[in-house]
Design a protein around this ligand. Sequence first.
Ligand code: DGJ
Length: 744
Amino acid sequence: MAIEYQEKERLFTLHTANSTYQMKVDSYGYLLHLYYGSRVKGSMEYLLTYADRGFSGNPYEVRDDRKYSLDALPQEFPCQGTGDYRSPAFVVRNGNGSYSTKLLYDSCRITEGKYSLPGLPAVYDTEEGETAEGGLRTPASDGIQTLEIVLRDEVNGLKATLLYGVLPGLDIITRAVKVENEGTETVNLLKVQSACLDFLYGDYDLIQFYGRHAMERNFQRTPVAHGAQMIGSRRGTSSHQYSPFVILAEQSATEDQGGCYGLSFVYSGAFKAEVEKDQYNQVRISMGLQDELFDYPLKPGDSFYGPEVALSYSKEGLGKLSRNYHKTFRYHLCRGRYKTAPRPVLINNWEATYFDFTGEQIYNIAKQASELGVEMLVLDDGWFGVRNSDYSGLGDWFVNEKKLGGSLSDLTERIRGLGLKFGIWVEPEMVSEDSDLYREHPEWAFVVPGRKPVRGRSQLVLDFSRREVVDHIYRQISKVLKEASVEYVKWDMNRSIADVYCATAGREDQGAVMYRYILGLYEFLERLHQEHPDLLIEGCSGGGGRFDAGMLYYTPQIWCSDNTDAIDRIRIQYGTSFGFPVSAVGSHVSAVPNHQNGRITPIETRGLVAMAGNFGYELDLNKITEEEKVCVREQIREFRRLWNVIHNGDYYRLTSPFGDSEAAAWMFVAEDGSEALLQAVTLEAHGNPLTTYIRLKGLEPEAFYVDESTGRRYNGAGLMSAGVPLPQLGGEYRPWQLHLKKEE
Ligand code: DGJ
């Protein structure tokens, strides 16, 4: 069983294939965290020690036992006001203005399958419509269970249900929390961290992925020192600046060995992750909603859900940790027709034309693309309202027929006539001041009364916490999708949110608006998913500004970055790979010199890097040379041939582009082990160059593998211990690939 409850000791043990998570209700009713790490048996309660520690207070009910202090004990859901002075997971403001909560154990329930969260994304056991025998159900779907632990505060009437989902085959444990007000007064929720882990001792590093627009998810590893380190977003999106995925790693942990813990927030709005080393050298890490600008009034009878955090532990280093997340998100978070199916190779017109196009030009781009084997045309920004620049038009989701030279259906019919599917760009959450929508409904945008709003890309944010706003935009966009039988949508979001104020909410509700905005976003996306079940939606927020597990529930792929330069992309895709599968990454070949950084790379390199994602093109293929066209045709054939091993295979990082390696290298191994693909790009070039050797991973040591292009035969153990020499490729930014088939 994944979940065991020993009633006498009030001990909860959650087992996955390779990890154990344990907690216990103590004699005073507090829920203490005992252990999370490699799989163990029996009670770990013996790890707790008690001492009389100065300035660490004692709850009243322990009477004269000065050795009992919540300031030193590891807890599962630490609250403000219990004498624990570390950063709490849960803070409220009671009806009388006080900030205390004391949540004590009430009851528990274990059920088969995985809980879901109303209105919020969450990892699932089986997707709706999937059957136990269905093709998409993996062996890892077996034995999934849910544990609910109910805690109550008898003074303010709050009931907190801690939700745990255990996915044993994937080494994933999810956490979320439901808070209900069973009291008589409104209680304001001020901080809700959905997951909190207390470690009794240990030297850890925090690994996190910081960045900026067009340079997202850089790898940073720093020791956890005394004090607190916080990363998060106040931007209303998960953000380019910090990823809502972090790792706490033993300082000795590497790619292939050592203990490490992942925390991935299944939420797309503002978040907070904190790690703190306390006075007793204990470490607390927590993740949840950003508490700044959060002040949620929970009225008597109301309930609130703190979004899910997906936890994973690997004792086999960071590589295994990543693969746990890859598989979980691929099979148990992404949904819909395209969750594991091949996605169309697309051509997007953004970098080819920006706003300056006609229907005829789009058709010509599609025509050339179709001749080279591309499968879908995506019409990016500029097809609607009056939108010839980014100063106007957002909110007016009707087709600009003058610009297209006819209706959208006329254009899509012609494009379909070329054998291509058709996709379209939208940015539903935004409004331009120069738009009919804004002229009619200025109060639908976030603006603080009496103040001028902060503009971002010259646009304002629509208040998606309001049902009528979501409904209006949904109706407009859904109509376009239906009329033109659109098969793909790129959902963009091009600014950080500011001026959060809902014109129809009272003073007391303003602190709930950011959270309700995200619920509105999810509701819109869910409606799209339900009413257009075959639609492929690609998430985007100026590239990777909302690249998070929450979005993956609705959009199985996300445009990884507005930076399309192959070399920068290697770094961005490397950082992304720690928490997210390759199947989630949107990646395109664009023109050179690159529009973001001016770098020139060979088309072969751009192709190889883009193939480690959802492959596509973002340039006018009419403008490339005949030789490049031959190359494009071959790339598409190649991608189709390699798609399965790339998208459904196990991913291994072989070198770090942030380190001092002269080449970036990564590889994929098919789930059934039958083939492997190594991809590499040289990052540096030197006179009289040394040979770079690349050690492979994930192969069967006993097996032999054949490189079909040369007929050369390699032993798996040999490839993993001695590696292969990277050929002298004659310069920087050159690609190399080794595709191996396992001998029967
Ligand atoms: C930002 C996106 O990331 C780009 O790919 C493009 O769609 C533009 N927005 C369009 O405005």
